[in-house]
Design a protein around this ligand. Structure first.
Ligand code: LUZ
Ligand code: MOS
Length: 737
């Protein structure tokens, strides 16, 4: 059990909206842009200011510091000034004594809107020069010469749609006014320091005047890495101006409409192989739909570039990425951070190549898996690859040949039901690609009764990082779990933290925890000398001898280097590998499908908490299946999200879950690059979900061999139906009027 599981099942764990309400708490509501592109004039706030219960109405003119919240590029105002770039952009924030009063007052706000035609398509944006940052290209080998030597070359297009995070806890924040103009913000964020930094900038206060605390999040998945900040800063602004506590929690539909999601990508590929099935050359161009402001898009595109060849080695490759500026809410971090989109393109190209060359796709995959030492397009070699080991273990452990024969026999005996199989190798680089972020801190106290308090910069969001910190502290200090408690995350105890993200939260904060505990252990061991002393007696005696029982430590991942000017370097500390085998059944009359089984061999290193890691593998798998199958974001041509609630946005439920999921962790895997030989777990397993797409495709093609496949996702039952029986299998992705 994780430390807070008992609280969860009893309904006792607290999220922002459950925190005890400070006296005189005020409630916020937002007036936001109803148009995706254009400008507004004549903003009328007076009626809202006069409305019952209203204590303040704030807009761009009320910002004491800098009206700017962009994390990577300074291109995103907190409040719209005059120009509007997406639906949902904040224009005015109303604060009232009761939530209903604030919401009622928002309806009294008026402005004149001049609407222009929004730009929504990333390819069109790129053609018009509408980019968030300059485009980038990575290149390895001699691409054109290698294409000349290929016996098969395929080319095509791949489209994948966005994905709503659907964290159970919507975006929420509460700010308290402390004495002397100081603020304490309870933010629902993965990045407490980001909230502190942006609040400081917007409010014109030193960071030391702002404390940010995060008890836990009800899920985040990247959606609260950057996009938790504006709501926290809005509360902080009102809190500072009014000297009162202010809370703002988005309701579900508002959250779905105004916040960013996983990036839709549209991509062009060309892949070439020789007669033996060795991949020789790959050329790919990604059109990333970035939305109206940079947010984290440049970093997400960078991770796409670094994962372009998926689990395979391609010696000659040219990888280009465009981060396209459109009039949709800024798309943002989502578990996988651009890698799933790139890997989906590679896997599509590989399936295309298998059919064009008449080779078996599993053979093609197997022949080209990454081996240790293989040079990546970013100019460094893969270290300690477990790609082949996990792949071979899946083939053997789950009898791939037998499954293939069974599926073929089934398909031969059935007309309207078809089964399909897919193997999906995963490879994911661990480290923030922005080197600076690869650092963390920990503060550990031992109290005189022998109990231990661990504080780090890691945010608990259900992923079990607190439990992992506890495991590391217990292991390093040599005490039992009942002794150790893990604190909430606060900028006053651990400063200058990176967001808990990039599957690196346990690695970075765990190493810092280990270092702090080693320091304490060293002091206690030196004090004890040859004496026999139990933990309690040792701690008590050390205190009486005035030994320092607190330690702070800092960790920075060594040996990371990347030079953007040459696009060469070593961006990752290590990679996570694994393979999934998926079997599905398609009802070819109705276009519906069931996932019969997913069998996974995963490299978790030496897991810090195997049951936590199993949960992450299963959760990531489900989220990946949802992304490429039933979850469908639809925007209309005015840039408005149509699938804005759970009646219209379908997420996988218990019926959509695989009938059978089995996860086997590779044995005897170590990892010198992370704490106690563990490996990051958060994002890599999402990639296993991609296998479901190709398994459904395998089944559908057994029914209709005559038709060209469009590599479009999500492969909803509707889109599958169009392939099986429709006039055209080419169905638009993302913009659907
Ligand atoms: N966040 C980030 C991430 O800022 N940089 C990254 O490289 C990253 N990777 C995965 C998820 N979040
Ligand atoms: Mo993330 S996609 O916040 O690791």
């Amino acid at each position: 059990m994780r430390a807070d599981d008992r609280l969860h099942v009893r309904g006792e764990s607290r999220y922002v909206d459950d925190l005890p309400e400070p006296a005189g708490l005020l409630h916020g509501a937002l007036f936001h842009s109803p148009i995706a592109c254009g400008r507004f004039t004549n903003l009328q706030l007076e009626a809202a200011r006069q409305a019952p219960g209203v204590r303040g109405v704030f807009c761009a003119a009320d910002v004491p510091g800098d009206n700017e919240i962009g994390a990577i590029v300074e291109d995103e105002p907190l409040f719209a000034d005059e120009h509007l770039h997406h639906i949902g952009q904040p224009i005015a924030f109303v604060v009232a004594e009761r939530l209903e009063q604030a919401r009622a007052a928002v309806n009294l706000i008026q402005a004149d809107f001049e609407e222009e035609t929004p730009l929504l398509d990333p390819r069109e944006a790129q053609a018009r020069g509408s980019l968030l940052v300059p485009s980038r290209t990575l290149e390895v080998g001699q691409v054109e010469a290698a294409f000349e030597r290929c016996s098969t070359v395929v080319e095509g297009r791949v489209d994948s749609a966005g994905q709503e995070h659907l964290y159970l806890e919507t975006q929420a924040s509460m700010s308290e006014a402390l004495e002397g103009g100081r603020l304490r913000i309870h933010a629902g964020t993965q990045g407490p320091t980001a909230v502190q930094r942006v609040a400081s900038r917007v409010l014109g206060l030193p960071m030391s005047a702002i404390e940010v605390e995060v008890v836990r999040l009800g899920g985040a998945f990247g959606g609260k890495e950057d996009q938790a900040t504006p709501w926290a800063v809005l509360c902080a602004l009102a809190s500072l101006k009014l000297g009162a506590a202010v809370k703002y929690a988005l309701d579900r539909s508002e959250d779905m409409v105004v916040t960013g999601k996983r990036h839709p990508y549209s991509s062009d590929y060309r892949l070439g192989l020789d007669a033996e099935g060795k991949l020789l050359a790959y050329e790919v161009t990604y059109f990333q739909n970035g939305g109206s402001a940079a947010d984290l898009s440049p970093a997400i595109l960078e991770r796409s570039l670094f994962h372009s060849t998926g689990g395979y080695h391609v010696p000659n490759a040219r990888i280009t990425g465009h981060s396209c500026k459109t009039n949709l809410p800024p798309f943002t971090a989502f578990r996988g951070f651009g890698a799933p989109q790139a890997i989906f393109v590679m896997e599509s190209a590989l399936h295309h190549a298998a059919e064009a060359s008449g080779m078996d796709v599993a053979d093609l995959q197997r022949k080209n898996l990454l081996q240790s030492g293989d040079l990546m397009p970013y100019g460094s070699g893969i270290e300690r690859s477990q790609a082949s080991r996990s792949f071979e273990e899946v083939l053997e452990r789950y009898d791939y040949e037998g499954a293939r024969r069974r599926v073929e026999a089934f398909n031969g005996s059935q007309t309207l039901r078809k089964r399909g199989l897919a193997l999906m190798p995963a490879c994911f680089g661990i480290s923030f690609t922005n080197k600076i972020l690869n650092q963390a801190g920990a503060l550990v106290h031992i109290y005189t009764d022998g109990s231990v308090h661990v504080a780090t910069g890691a945010v608990e969001m259900g992923q079990g990082v607190a439990e992992k910190m506890r495991v590391i502290a217990c292991h390093t200090l040599g005490v039992g779990p009942e002794r150790v408690s893990v604190a909430s995350t606060r900028t006053t105890t651990v400063a200058n933290t990176s967001p808990t993200a990039a599957s690196a939260g346990a690695d970075l904060n765990g190493r810092a925890t280990e270092l702090a505990c080693q320091e304490l252990r060293g002091r206690l061991d030196a004090f004890r000398g040859e004496r026999e002393l139990e933990w309690d007696a040792l701690v008590e005696a050390a205190y009486l001898e005035r030994i320092n029982l607190s330690a702070q430590a800092h960790y920075a991942t060594p040996r990371l280097a990347y030079d953007k000017s040459t696009e060469q370097g070593r961006p990752f500390a290590y990679h996570v590998f694994g393979t999934a085998l998926t079997e599905v059944e398609v009802d070819c009359l109705r276009g519906t499908y069931t996932v019969e089984s997913v069998r996974i061999v995963h490299d978790a290193g030496q897991s810090l908490a195997p049951e936590v890691d199993r949960g992450q593998v299963e959760g990531g798998l489900m989220q990946g299946i949802g992304w490429l199958t039933v979850e469908e974001l639809c925007f209309n041509s005015k840039g408005r999200l149509l699938s804005k609630d759970l009646a219209t946005y379908k997420v996988p439920d218990v019926y959509a879950s695989p009938r059978d999921v089995e996860t086997h962790f590779l044995e005897d895997c170590d990892n010198p690059e992370a704490v106690l030989h563990s490996k990051g777990i958060g994002e890599p397993p999402l990639l296993y979900g991609i296998g479901t797409y190709f398994a459904i495709r395998d089944a559908a093609r057994a029914f209709r061999k005559d038709r060209d496949w469009m590599f479009q996702a999500p492969l909803s039952p509707e889109r599958l139906m169009m392939f099986l029986h429709g006039e055209s299998a080419d169905v638009p992705v993302t913009i659907i009027d």
